[in-house]
Design a binder for this molecule. Structure first.
Ligand code: GAL
Length: 417
């Protein structure tokens, strides 16, 4: 009996040791990268970690822009069971840092020299009280147009270089019987279009005064009325089934030649790449006409939550180091459609759109025309962002006219500041 018991105890101890080691080496990652292009990019990270013996417990929460993911995260943390790492944007990271929920990554940041290579615009959201609490994965930007080149060629439409030319192009496509603007009627997508239209209409100054400074005069200005008028113009060029459509299905409409244009962040490019399409041959990428020279950015980061146990912390730090390695930054962002989150990654692996994204970001950062996306949590905290979502999407759906929209906007922002 005694021998049996000892044998059982030894076996149990060995199993626990193995299990606990295997379990601790896993990272549980909450994210919303569920489209084809996003999943392809995510696989680059999974494989990178697997090569280091770090297992991946996947926790996908579908829903573009991450609203649903943040709701699930709140529930997980409230139940005292946070994931190891969470895809997160801008001010949401700072909110969680202020709650004391995030881990300190200073050791890995110092070892890897993050302070020297991560742009200030990203450090503003990756550090709290001087401590690194998040690992930046990329830099996306939202004021992009994606165009089906065959349709433009067939209709003799040149790449629009002004808002008026863009409207003429939309009308020409509409007249041909094709869908002019592929769009998904979801608040975060309406707001994503809004980023580029504000920049196109009022430039970096209006954008900053109205949506960073939240200056009431800027918010109700005649220029802001014109912004909403332009949103109404775009509403007039979407198809009748746009409401509720997921963003990647709108991208697919441009990819397959059903529609000519989509205004969307450059994660859309990941869909074109995933479909085997080539910039300049199958599709065009260009800044929302009128917004050239400015960039509304949103950086995906993996916010690292406080975890227990040396092995769990070691796996979390290894994931952070992996994410920020130059090799990973190139391999991942080439697939994701974004630019690297560090300034020392060569652009030679990137296609023409990726190289333009990298050049635009560097130029905008140097000239003070790089600004946080309203739609993707880099301009304001969630309460203000969601208040803007509500007004933009209500106007887009025809609930009120542009003059009313600016009044609704200034009121909604004042209430939620
Ligand atoms: C953004 C995110 C991108 C992509 C997009 C669509 O907020 O930064 O990586 O996921 O949403 O869901």
């Amino acid at each position: 009996m005694r021998g049996y018991k000892l044998k059982t105890l030894a076996a149990t101890a060995a199993l626990l040791a193995t299990t606990s080691l295997a379990h601790a080496e896993d990272v549980e990652v909450l994210h919303w990268w569920t489209s084809g292009g996003e999943a392809a990019a995510l696989n680059v990270l999974k494989e990178d970690l697997s090569g280091q013996g770090i297992g991946w417990q996947d926790m996908p929460v579908a829903g573009g822009g991450g609203t649903e993911a943040m709701t699930v995260l709140r529930a997980r943390v409230t139940s005292g069971n946070p994931p190891t790492a969470v895809q997160m944007l801008g001010f949401d990271i700072l909110d969680w840092a202020e709650e004391g929920a995030l881990a300190n990554l200073n050791d890995v940041a110092a070892a890897e020299g993050w302070d020297e290579v991560v742009p200030e615009a990203l450090q503003a959201f990756a550090k709290h009280d001087g401590n690194w609490i998040s690992a930046p994965v990329n830099v996306h930007s939202t004021n992009w147009v994606w165009a089906n080149k065959a349709i433009l060629d067939e209709l003799g439409i040149a790449q629009p270089t002004s808002w008026d030319e863009f409207v003429v192009a939309l009308e020409a496509v509409e007249a041909s019987g094709k869908i002019a603007l592929a769009h998904g009627g979801q608040a975060w997508q309406d707001a994503t279009i809004f980023d580029g239209v504000v920049l196109s209409t009022g430039g970096i100054d209006l954008y900053r005064q109205a949506f960073i400074d939240l200056d009431p005069e800027a918010l109700v200005s005649d220029t802001m009325v014109e912004v909403f008028d332009r949103m109404a113009t775009l509403r007039g060029h979407v198809d009748e089934n746009f409401s509720g459509r997921d963003w990647n299905l709108a991208s697919a409409m441009v990819i397959n030649g059903e529609a000519a244009f989509q205004i969307m962040g450059d994660w859309a490019k990941g869909e074109f790449i995933n479909a085997g399409q080539v910039p300049g041959e199958d599709f065009l990428c260009f800044r929302v006409p009128g917004s050239e020279g400015t960039v509304s950015f949103n950086a995906d980061q993996f916010a690292m939550f406080g975890v227990e146990g040396d092995d769990a912390v070691a796996a979390q730090n290894a994931m952070a180091a992996s994410i920020m390695s130059p090799e990973f930054q190139s391999a991942f962002n080439v697939v994701k459609g974004s630019a690297p989150a560090r300034t020392d990654v060569p652009n030679d692996a990137f296609d023409a759109c990726g190289q333009q994204a990298m050049a635009d970001l560097a130029e905008a950062a140097d000239s003070g025309t790089l600004i946080g996306s309203i739609a993707h949590g880099h301009a304001n905290r969630a309460a203000v962002k969601n208040a803007i979502y509500d007004v933009v999407t209500a106007h887009f759906n025809g609930e009120f006219d542009s003059a009313t929209a600016v009044q609704e906007l200034v009121t909604a922002i004042e209430i939620n500041q």
